[in-house]
Design a protein around this ligand. Sequence first.
Ligand code: ATP
Length: 275
Amino acid sequence: MNSSHTAESNAQDQKSKEPVFRTEDLNIYYGDFLAVRGVSMEIQPRKITAFIGPSGCGKSTLLRCFNRLNDLIPSFHLKGKAYYHDQDLFADDVDPVAVRRRIGMVFQQPNPFPKSIYNNIAYGARVTGMQIDDMDELVEKSLRQAALWDEVKDKLGANGLSLSGGQQQRLCIARAISTTPDVILMDEPCSSLDPISTLKVEDLLQELTNDYTIVIVTHNMQQATRVADETAFFNAEASDDGKRYGFLVEYGPTERIFSQPQEESTQRYVSGRFG
Ligand SMILES: Nc1ncnc2c1ncn2[C@@H]1O[C@H](COP(=O)(O)OP(=O)(O)OP(=O)(O)O)[C@@H](O)[C@H]1O
């Protein structure tokens, strides 16, 4: 191998290890209410990062910043910085639609379009303006990646809403994958699913980390330990005016956060002694 080739692959290796997201002293507001205070963190590529913490500590608020979904809330604004790779996510020239194509989202309640299984993928890909040469191929590939193909290949014309909840959620994951994103954000994706469907989605998440970076909000401690490489624990604290703001307590490899947390509040939360 010649030296320029080596330098090129080293540069690529380096790039593939660089954080996907980086926040610097990020403060997120709804009107004058500071919902999340001073978050500085990095999200690593091709890993699953879990956000855990009690209700109202700002996990979803932070997650939604990463694909600019909070933009849809008029009172939302922020101070500090959030970078996607080296791009300031909130710079004036950044197109939120383009951001959402690279950074997909799966929600708590499965929300397939009231259209055929096929068109859930096809329509999802078209609305983001993708140029697609072979739609059948894209539909099959996305459904295979979401571990749903074998269950639906003979009924692609059936309505997405006719599937079970677990299948609907995997259809939503297939739809998110179809736009070949870099990142998939998931806000409690299993909270409405039964245990068997939950395990199927969790298995799928492990598969997906070969190709995608995943950030998942979960209230399920076992789920975080089962799927996440890294875990961030958030908490909420009352300020002088009595309002509660969320903040990042600690962040690190999941095993450490659960077995040797550095903070007392993390210890109490992960062992179920909270409140
Ligand atoms: N659209 C909004 N307008 C005003 N305040 C909001 C809005 N969305 C969330 N909040 C407030 O921001 C804070 C953080 O909410 P968020 O939903 O991010 O917390 P969370 O940790 O994800 O909670 P949960 O685990 O219950 O989903 C809460 O005090 C919440 O009431």
